[in-house]
Design a protein around this ligand. Structure first.
Ligand SMILES: [Zn+2]
Ligand SMILES: [Zn+2]
Length: 464
């Protein structure tokens, strides 16, 4: 039997929630039916409840929250929460100085918080250090006046726990060392538990940017207390965990595939995997505020966001592409269009030499004409290439770091199960791919901790 058969894809748009009788919908990313009204999660086959994401409605602020206020930005609509003695003078998201202070309208009750450990000066210095790794970034990104605007935010995060089950398929290759390769179909079912995977609940801040400055060290989590607020700004969540099930599902799925890669790294010399079905159970969530230094820089009609982890000091962000990269792009553009350009010129030169010079001195005439036409043509060619290179310049930015891998959030104390039904497919002749060998080497070298733990759990020497 293939694992595929176990996942009954069910799309009951009309099913009713057993808890509250609202309509429930199939979410294919977590493989479950979800009630967006009460937060219930159910199996498609039996409508058994298998999880629950606490639905938090933001109620009106109560009397006990009178010690806080909120600011609303006139131009972008961002809202910030501060204690009564901390005021905001400009909007950290759009730079506008017109902020309207008012009483807290909606309740603000996080469960937990990690206090700031990194000062503003340290955040700026970490950012500058990170900036030095990227050569040729415009001056605007290092000017002190700009960096002074870096703002300390407590960003709302949902910390999610879940039991995950995924059926992973793919192909694996074993190099026999004699110019032949044995090819296998990978067919595995894997169960694992993840704990406190963070998802930012703030629309104004990029999810990718927040993933880039993970991980946070959860040892510093403390119950939320107003006394941490003075001097900083806080955001109230505007995306609930239920709103983010797709993003959550995608990340859990990538973690399952990551685990299979770890399991298989020493069994196969090369693997490609894809997930063929997954579901998650036993969701639980915590609402935590995590400390982030945040800065938006406007440059040539684009906004670049910078973030520094307020606990670990890790800096990341988007930057316009560097000058050296622009030069590389220009050379690439020239090389790309040069054959076409010379070809077109050659056609003109051929026609020109045949018409005007005659067949006797055909070759000399052709070469002379080609040279002349190419030189004249540069007036068209060079501006064209320049325009293309400039276009690339502002349509690319430095890639932000990736989110941490599964090793960061897997629950090592919980169960990790894997059932394996890989089967042999065929033999093939070896083709050299240096790059693949290199990426496998990196895969093995990274996550030695995970391999160590897997080895302990399975008491198996194949994870070395
Ligand atoms: Zn319901
Ligand atoms: Zn604003």
């Amino acid at each position: 039997m293939n694992w595929n058969d176990e996942v009954d894809v069910f799309s009951a748009n009309s099913a009713k929630c057993p808890n509250c009788a609202s309509n429930i919908f199939f979410n294919e990313k977590i493989g479950r039916l979800v009630c967006s009204f009460c937060g219930g999660i159910f199996t498609p086959e039996t409508l058994e409840p298998v999880g629950y994401i606490e639905k938090r409605d933001i109620d009106e602020a109560g009397e006990e929250e009178n010690n806080k206020q909120e600011f609303v930005c006139d131009s972008c609509g961002a809202t910030l929460v501060t204690d009564y003695n901390t005021s905001a003078t400009f909007c950290a998201f759009c730079g506008s100085p017109s902020l309207l202070g008012r009483r807290l309208t909606k309740q603000f009750r996080p469960d937990l918080l990690i206090p700031f450990k990194v000062s503003k000066e340290e955040a700026i210095s970490n950012y500058r250090q990170w900036l030095r790794e990227h050569k040729g970034v415009p001056r605007a990104f290092s000017e002190s006046a700009t960096l002074e605007k870096i703002t300390g935010f407590y960003i709302p995060f949902w910390l999610l726990d879940a039991d995950c089950t995924t059926m992973v398929g793919g192909t694996g290759q074993i190099d026999n060392g004699d110019n032949t390769i044995a090819n296998f179909f990978i067919d595995r079912k894997i169960e694992f538990h993840v704990t406190k995977v963070p998802f930012d609940g703030c629309k104004k801040i990029s999810d990718i940017l927040m993933e880039a400055i993970e991980p946070f060290n959860y040892d510093d989590l403390v119950p939320y207390n107003d006394m941490y607020l003075p001097g900083f700004y806080a955001q109230r969540y505007d995306k609930s965990a239920l709103d983010m099930l797709d993003i959550i599902g995608i990340r859990l799925d990538s973690y399952a595939q990551g685990l299979v890669k770890h399991f298989s790294a020493s069994e196969y010399s090369k693997i490609t995997t894809s997930s063929v079905g997954s579901y998650a159970d036993n969701f639980s969530q915590l609402y935590a505020l995590l400390p982030v230094w945040f800065l938006n820089i406007k440059y040539k009609d684009q906004t670049y966001s910078i973030a520094v982890n307020g606990q670990t000091g890790e800096a990341s962000g988007s930057l316009p592409i560097s000058k050296s990269q622009v030069n590389v792009n220009t050379v690439k553009e020239v090389l790309k269009w040069l054959p076409l350009y010379v070809g077109v010129c050659a056609v003109f030169a051929a026609a020109f030499s045949i018409l005007l010079i005659g067949k006797a001195s055909y070759l000399t005439g052709f070469l002379l004409s080609l040279l002349m036409i190419c030189i004249c043509g540069l007036t068209v060619f060079l501006p064209f290439v320049y325009k293309r290179a400039k276009y690339t310049k502002f349509n690319q930015s430095v890639t932000i770091d990736k989110a941490p891998g599964v090793e960061e959030y897997i629950d090592y104390s919980g169960k990790i199960n894997m059932e394996k039904k890989d089967i042999f497919s065929h033999m093939s002749i070896k083709v050299e791919h240096d790059q693949d060998d290199l990426s496998m080497f990196k895969l093995k070298k990274r996550n030695t901790l995970l391999n160590y733990v897997l080895k302990k759990i399975f008491n198996d020497n194949s994870f070395s």
